[in-house]
Design a binder for this molecule. Sequence first.
Ligand SMILES: [Zn+2]
Ligand SMILES: [Zn+2]
Length: 137
Amino acid sequence: MKKSGKKTRMTRQKKVIMEEIKKACDHPDADTLHSRVKKKLPRISLATVYRNLEDMAAQGAIIKLSGTTQRTRYDGNSHPHYHFHCLECREIEDIPVEPLEKLDQHVGHSVNHDILWHRVDFFGICSRCGDRTDRNA
Ligand SMILES: [Zn+2]
Ligand SMILES: [Zn+2]
């Protein structure tokens, strides 16, 4: 077997990045995740974090979310679920409602494609931001 120190390091980096994204519940962008991963791997670059996230997303291990900003956010939970986006603080929260499987069937029938899952995003002002606005008013 060929020794490859570089390959081992890549695997360790990927493992740490994977652990961080899987335990995050705030759907971080690459920058945010980079600062968390750096606590364990101080020398890791943003480009490496970004590349690994893109790889994992391409493999379906994580999900890419287009938020309300230019920055791509990542979700370690690849099981289909709905999201709420706050237009004030830009937080993305999971919505604890099971996706409507009936909708897959309904849309599948009307377009004649095999629908496997769907994604729904809700946009608004979260309760925390709503409270802040009330206090300032
Ligand atoms: Zn908010
Ligand atoms: Zn999510």
